[in-house]
Write a protein that binds this ligand. Structure first.
Ligand SMILES: Cc1ncc(COP(=O)(O)O)c(C=O)c1O
Length: 342
């Protein structure tokens, strides 16, 4: 089966799988004190500077660990109405941390200082949860990417108001590939305090890395990491995947490829008048509205998800292993169905 459903429908990149096999020998100290983890931590430090790295099983776990580091139970995280932490984590952050999520309406998945400002009116009022962190996703859930200046402005605003910035970086590689700048420049240099560095959406079998830049958040982080059940005894097998991902910029090559496939898909789809692209195509996904009758037969050929049941907006997502042929075949089927059904 080939699909445009999610970038986690794909398998494992061969270089990543090889790295796991390569680490499968001898005994190593458990819980992240092994040679492999230390090596990749040093590589993260070469890229990002002074960073604490903690590995998690998945993106939800990374987000929960990050938010736990940033908030006390009476505090809140400001996020977009589309945020994965709000919509797609079964309430994990609020359930396991106790913090509240304060959603903001946003047409393109991005937050601005102007949107956040009204939520700060009741800071100091004992009857209200106290905003302590702005949580953003880069790439956003709508496939858009914050520009460097948008991100820098938002981080500056956060810090002026005693808020941390958490970046859900499940697709940070796609965002950085799209921006055409360095990882450090796109994150910590903009003012991000804590983030997840996505793995499974970009060729890993399992795992994400939590990167903590702000010293205030580092002291308690290892305890929160354990409390949120994200500390893996055999951590070397998560860490070696990141070693392979960082090696020779594999992360960038894969993300750049999936972004290019989404752009190719957009350039083909735009030629079909019955199909409307609803969001800017900044990274590896396309949001579209297509004639309703084609949905069932098209989905039977290539699975994909409906994003909005009311507007029938669909999400088509490309992966590191999406090929040009996949795109052309998909568009051919779409065109055929559209012309048959209209
Ligand atoms: C923006 C974003 N954040 C986090 C995640 C984490 O997902 P998981 O817990 O399934 O690894 C996802 C997965 O779809 C996502 O799209």
């Amino acid at each position: 089966m080939k699909s445009f459903a999610s970038d986690n429908y794909s398998g494992i990149h061969p270089e990543i799988l090889q790295a796991i096999i390569g680490a499968n020998r001898d005994h190593q100290i458990s819980y992240g004190d092994d040679d492999y983890t230390e090596k990749v931590n040093r590589n993260f430090q070469k890229i990002f500077g002074d960073v604490m790295v903690l590995y998690t099983f998945n993106g939800t776990g990374a987000n929960v660990t990050c938010l736990k580091c940033c908030t006390l139970p009476f505090q809140s995280a400001v996020c977009s109405e589309h945020a994965h932490i709000l919509v797609d984590e079964c309430g994990a952050p609020t359930q396991s941390i106790g913090c509240t999520l304060l959603p903001i309406k946003t047409p393109d998945g991005k937050l601005t200082p102007e949107m956040v400002k009204p939520l700060l009116n009741r800071v100091g009022n004992v009857h209200n949860t106290q905003p302590k962190v702005i949580s953003i996703s880069q790439t956003t859930e709508l496939g858009t990417v914050y520009s460097l200046s948008e991100l820098t402005k938002l981080c500056a605003f956060a810090h002026e108001n005693d808020l941390y910035v958490h970046m859900d970086g499940a697709r940070i590689s796609n965002a950085v590939a799209s921006l055409g700048i360095g990882l450090k420049q796109a994150t910590v240099d903009c003012g991000v305090d804590i983030m997840s560095f996505g793995g499974t959406k970009n060729g890993l079998m399992i795992g994400e890395a939590v990167l903590i830049f702000n010293d205030e958040l580092k002291a308690n982080a290892p305890y929160f990491h354990k409390q949120t059940a994200q500390l893996f005894s055999k951590n070397r097998f998560i860490a070696v995947q990141f070693e392979a991902l960082l090696n020779n910029d594999l992360w960038l090559r894969m993300a750049d490829h999936s972004n290019k496939m989404a752009k190719l898909l957009a350039s083909e789809v735009v030629k079909i008048p019955e199909v409307k692209i609803t969001q800017q195509v900044d990274a590896n996904s396309l949001f579209v509205i297509v004639p309703e009758q084609v949905l069932v037969p098209l989905r039977a050929l290539y699975p994909f998800y409906e994003w909005d049941a009311q507007t029938h907006e669909q999400r088509w997502m490309c992966s590191f292993d999406t090929t040009e042929d996949d795109v052309y075949e998909f568009v051919k089927s779409l065109k055929k169905l559209v012309s048959n059904k209209m």
